[in-house]
Ligand binder design. Structure first.
Ligand code: SPD
Length: 372
């Protein structure tokens, strides 16, 4: 990307998508691209074209979702009932998914970002509005997730589930139980610990460890978080997200920074695994289905959203994945109840938010941590 690109973008001579393509090709991070677009007033597509009429349901549906976020029969039942062939690609971080979409990956009908990513997705003009006429099951969405700040009126998204970031550990191998993010600085567990391969979770947890917001953009606070993360890295076996479950179950990893649902999945296979939210506080997140503007099968995408909004389908997903559902009717059906945090618990939790132009600083820090 060059300065003339930016000038052309502002004057309307360079289409937004071409600008994004060139910026990413020249090494600018996706979050920085989002911030640039927003700063140039090219950000919001929220008032974009009205919803086009959708035709008959297509025979294909291409999903791009977080790994381990479905029940075993979610897709096969949908395929059978609707006569649609479903393909599933998975990702392990919001950043991995957004970089792919911003780089122009077309063909996906639905993706499942966390709420903090919405400003970037809007800035990239990546989202198509949803047509509520094809979502009669919308009434099942829990009131708490209706009209969220990140997507006013839920015009572009359907909430899926929510969870927390915490520490999963083997209670038979780790004593005393970890209760602070500082456990990752403990050399006694060198080689037996992992942290998420996720810059927001790693840097965010060390910010919380020092008493700061996990969305901090303060350079001094970030510098200390970076030093902590680098010290912790010496003790880590790896940065590994959802796929670490197998190692924790096998006992090759004893302590892992983990998302609550993935920890719950591991616990069903190894009861010695426990999950704790550190005393300094942690992240709470909501993930929501969105339809890329380039989605080739928009009617099938709507049918799928409507299908997962069925109480029994959403309940099965929640029961198998361990993530709390955003579906009120499903919450009444789940075998395992995951109540939304009380005000007292919420005081310890923070939603991740978009970092705007400071995302670049975070990206740089993450690169330095990875290289250390
Ligand atoms: N295996 C499903 C993981 C879902 C995690 N979603 C959000 C993470 C936000 N840091």
């Amino acid at each position: 990307m060059t300065d003339p690109d930016l000038t052309q973008l502002i004057s309307g001579q360079l289409p937004r998508r071409e600008f994004v393509r060139r910026a990413l090709a020249s090494g600018v991070s996706f979050s920085a691209v989002g911030a640039l677009l927003a700063a140039c007033g090219k950000g919001s597509s929220k008032d974009g074209p009205a919803v086009a009429e959708l035709g008959p349901i297509e025979k294909q549906l291409n999903l791009y979702l977080w790994s381990d976020y479905l029940a075993d029969d979610t897709l096969s039942n949908f395929e059978k009932e609707f006569g649609v062939r479903v393909t599933l690609d998975t990702y392990e971080s919001n950043e991995e998914m957004a970089a792919k979409l911003l780089a122009g990956a077309a063909g996906y009908d639905l993706v499942l970002p966390s709420s903090y990513l919405f400003p970037v997705l809007f800035a990239g003009d990546l989202l198509a509005p949803l047509d509520r006429r094809h979502l009669p099951n919308w009434t099942n969405v829990a009131p708490l997730f209706v009209d969220p700040a990140w997507d006013p009126g839920n015009a572009h998204s359907a909430p899926w589930g929510w969870g927390l970031t915490g520490i999963a550990y083997r209670s038979d191998l780790v004593r005393p139980a970890p209760e602070s993010w500082s456990v990752f600085l403990d050399q006694n567990y060198r080689g037996k610990m992992t942290m998420l391969d996720d810059l927001r979770d790693v840097i965010g947890s060390f910010l919380r460890h020092r008493g700061h917001s996990l969305n901090s953009t303060d350079p001094a606070q970030l510098e200390v978080a970076k030093q902590d993360a680098i010290a912790a890295k010496r003790n880590l076996k790896a940065y590994l997200s959802a796929p670490v479950k197998g190692q924790l179950i096998a006992g090759d990893v004893w302590i892992a920074q983990m998302w609550s649902g993935d920890a719950a999945q591991a616990i069903t296979e190894q009861s010695a695994i426990k999950f704790v939210v550190p005393r300094e506080g942690s992240m709470i997140f909501v993930d929501a289905l969105v339809m890329p503007r380039s989605a080739p099968h928009k009617r099938a995408a709507h049918e799928f959203i409507n299908y997962v909004l069925r109480p029994e389908v959403a309940a099965a997903i929640s029961d198998q994945t361990g993530y709390a559902t955003a579906n009120q009717a499903a919450a009444d059906l789940t075998k395992i109840k995951v109540p939304y945090p009380t005000d007292e618990e919420l005081a310890l939790l923070e939603y991740q938010t978009d970092l705007g132009r400071e995302a670049e600083r975070w990206d740089r820090i993450w690169t330095e941590i990875k290289a250390a």
